[in-house]
Design a binder for this molecule. Structure first.
Ligand code: XIL
Length: 406
């Protein structure tokens, strides 16, 4: 099903992107990244608003549209609701928001004995006052690279399994109980599958508890017990580009295991950090080439009874030339081809972009283009003007078959 071997450099690019680069990004998680070249908040022009909003266009088909949003980072006007121009854009386009970093263990858990909810609380309050729904990302990013340092170095004592159980249950229960029905959907577990091998990642928690499956099941069972109203999602970055076959197979095995063990998982979160790696290949050809195997993967997922969520949409443009018009057209066409395929599944009702403006996209620092030109992978440009990608999303929603109301 997923044996279409792609060009070797795609897999390589992906490894470089998701492996080595992420160590640097770990430091940037909560404020280390320097974007001093950007204008101060006061200098950002007001967003150019289009009507109807993407969320309203989606609503005609019972599709929700939303975005990640972030706390302001020191010295920079991050994609935050405290920046009034960007806040207006979020409010204008979205019906749903996800905190980009502020609900992660690194943010909420300064130490084994402390929780710090100040930032995330403020974000939840703001989203609510704007009438927007909230997704919770993430209750457990099961990947040691993104654990807080203290959790990687944790001393589980003489009864390690019991202590690991206590830690996971305490964390999931505390967060879900605090927010109750204010959070409608959780990425309970994030990125547990190693893309190179398709096996589950080991962490201090899995070693202490005895297996990664046990940790993941515990997180989902605890979330179901304490947030029975919420959609529970397994979220990962297996994508439709060549080089993702092992990752997809690993995710399918994990999803099968959840079903076999009765683990309460409602949906697969397809992060959708898309990438045009290859240069010189017409976009329709790329889309046509990648679609059959990707459909095979999605068919297998929905056949197990899972719903689908696009949780982190953006499109890397490194395979396209620097010319802005060409890049914007390419990103739009690629995103459109992807969304058309995804939205052909009635199991998909939520499309969340990983930010709305290129000014704040994480790819600028996480995966800069080799030529140093700023990436343009989000629907609005750095001056909050809509790009062809915004049109592509709107048109994909308009063309999508309607789905049942949730
Ligand atoms: C990223 C954030 O966008 C960055 O600001 C941070 O430095 C690292 O994490 N997959 C996920 C998200 O599930 O949590 C990641 O977010 C992007 C990849």
């Amino acid at each position: 099903m997923m044996n279409n071997a792609g060009p070797a450099n795609s897999a390589l690019n992906r490894r470089m992107l998701l492996g080595t680069a992420s160590a640097a990004a770990a430091g940037a998680l909560l404020g280390g990244c320097s974007r001093s070249a950007l204008a101060a908040p006061s200098q950002i022009p007001p967003a150019t608003m289009l009507r109807p909003a993407l969320d309203s266009i989606g609503a005609e088909r019972n599709i929700n549209f939303g975005s990640a949003f972030a706390w302001a980072r020191p010295g920079v006007d991050a994609g935050s609701f405290v920046n009034s121009a960007y806040a207006a854009l979020l409010r204008g386009e979205c019906g749903m928001l996800t905190a980009e970093n502020e609900m992660k263990w690194q943010a909420l858990r300064p130490s084994p004995t402390q929780f710090d909810f100040a930032r995330f609380d403020a974000m939840v309050d703001w989203a609510e006052t704007q009438g927007m729904k909230l997704r919770g990302h993430t209750l457990l990013w099961h990947y040691d690279r993104w654990f807080p340092d203290w959790l990687n170095a944790y001393d589980y004592g003489v009864r390690p399994a019991a202590e690991a159980d206590r830690l996971v249950v305490e964390h999931v229960r505390t967060v879900t109980a605090r927010y109750g029905t204010r959070i409608v959907s959780y990425d309970v577990v994030n990125e547990a599958v190693d893309p190179e091998t398709g096996t589950l990642r080991e962490t201090s928690l899995s070693r202490a508890l005895g297996s990664a499956e046990a940790v993941l099941d515990l997180a989902f069972n605890t979330a179901r017990a304490h947030a029975p109203h919420a959609e529970l999602v397994y979220n990962d970055y297996m994508s439709w580009e060549p080089g993702n076959e092992r990752h997809q197979e690993g995710v399918l095995r994990l999803l099968q295991g959840f079903r076999a063990r009765g683990t309460p998982v409602d949906a697969l979160g397809v992060q959708s950090h898309l990438a045009i790696f290859e240069s010189g290949v017409p976009i329709p050809e790329l889309v046509a080439r990648q679609s059959p195997a990707w459909r095979g993967f999605l068919d297998a997922v929905v056949a197990m009874g899972y719903r689908l969520v696009i949780t982190e949409l953006d499109t890397r443009d490194r395979g396209l030339p620097a010319d802005i018009a060409i890049r914007d057209a390419g990103v739009a066409a690629y995103t459109r081809g992807y969304l058309d395929l995804m939205l052909s599944y009635p199991q998909l009702t939520d499309v969340i972009a990983w930010g709305l403006s290129d000014r704040y996209g994480w790819l600028r620092t996480f995966d800069p283009r080799p030529d140093g030109v700023p990436t343009r992978g989000l629907p609005y440009d750095t001056d909050l003007r809509p790009k062809p990608m915004r049109t592509a999303i709107a048109e994909a929603f308009r063309a999508a078959p309607s789905r049942p109301a949730q």
